[in-house]
Design a protein around this ligand. Structure first.
Ligand code: ASP
Length: 310
């Protein structure tokens, strides 16, 4: 299929974003970061590039800002370190790559891409992934690069306790898993997601973000999806794949499939959060079952839109 429509959407996490805690300056900074990610991804699509490259580039921008819980801004785990998860998927041939529990990798989404392109695997984790990162010569950073005072304070409140907290659920309720979905000019879809997971997580806890079908899914037959929210619930709901399944097997529209997953299937599983999705016509849906989601998209008219609250 060939089409001239290109489309792109990004998110920077969903949850209880307190309007009161959001100063005009902070809102501006978040929106600017989302727009920068959209511009980077859109530039790839506008010159005929692949959806897969567009989502990777957009997510790299979001990983590089400390505002979001991914890459540089990742939360602290129980040991005071940063363990990151990321994945991406190509809708044309269902190829996928993912990493879990990786440390000191500047852009986990780039490492996930290497897994897809240069390994026989889909998901690699921990020390093995770190060794693979070395061999692939991906950019590494020391712990200081990932230090953020806000994340540190967030962790200090719960360290030494059993409390494991979503970036969404701290006192100030700052968020942040990031993701992108895109449709390219060849009619192909792709999705990417990256996260630092949950504050104070232990036992090498892994969330939905690097799990293909849970936090990320793309299939040219239906849609591309990137999720954010309570990872355990999204894994149990197989949320991203469920949007695809409702479209492919039940004939639902993108909007209706997303509504069923976000508002009917996830809530009974304590699945607070949201997702961004795109279909092969370029329709975009950005939906969530909580007060807000950092999000943005490039509309068919080429205009860039960003939003936080409903
Ligand atoms: N879904 C992510 C996780 O559970 C968290 C998030 O969306 O912020 O690891």
């Amino acid at each position: 299929m060939s089409t001239s429509t290109i489309a792109l959407a990004v998110h920077g996490g969903a949850g209880t974003i307190a309007r009161g805690a959001m100063t005009p300056e902070r809102e501006k900074a978040y929106r600017a970061a989302l727009e920068m990610a959209l511009r980077r991804g859109h530039a790839v699509l506008a010159k005929g590039g692949a959806a897969l490259d567009a989502v990777e580039q957009a997510v790299r921008v979001l990983e590089d800002t400390p505002l979001f819980n991914a890459g540089r801004g990742s939360v602290f785990n129980a040991d005071g370190q940063h363990e990151m998860d990321a994945s991406l998927m190509n809708g044309a041939d269902l190829r996928a790559g993912a990493v879990a529990g990786v440390q000191n990798v500047k852009n986990p989404i780039g490492l996930a891409r290497c897994v897809m392109d240069h390994s026989a695997h889909v998901l690699i984790a921990g020390m093995g992934a770190f060794e693979f990162a070395h061999r692939q010569k991906v950019e590494l950073e020391d712990d200081q690069y990932f230090f953020d005072q806000f994340r540190y304070d967030q962790w200090k409140e719960v360290v030494g306790t059993e409390v494991v907290q979503l970036d969404h659920s701290g006192k100030e309720r700052k968020f942040g898993t990031v993701g992108a979905v895109a449709l390219d000019a060849m009619g192909h879809l792709a999705a990417a997601t990256s996260t630092g997971g949950m504050t104070n997580k232990r036992w090498q806890r892994i969330g939905d973000s690097p799990i293909i079908g849970a936090g990320t899914y793309a299939n040219d037959r239906s849609c591309a999806v990137s999720c954010t929210g309570h990872g355990e619930s999204f894994i149990r709901a197989v949320a991203a794949h469920d949007v695809h399944a409702l479209m492919a097997y039940k004939g639902l529209s993108l909007e209706e499939a997303v509504r069923v997953v976000v508002h009917e299937k996830l809530p009974p599983l304590d699945g607070e959060g949201g997702l961004i999705a795109i279909d092969h016509h370029g329709n975009i849906v950005l939906d969530f079952n909580c007060p807000g989601m950092y999000r943005g998209h490039v509309a068919a008219d080429g205009n860039f839109h960003t939003a936080i609250f409903r």
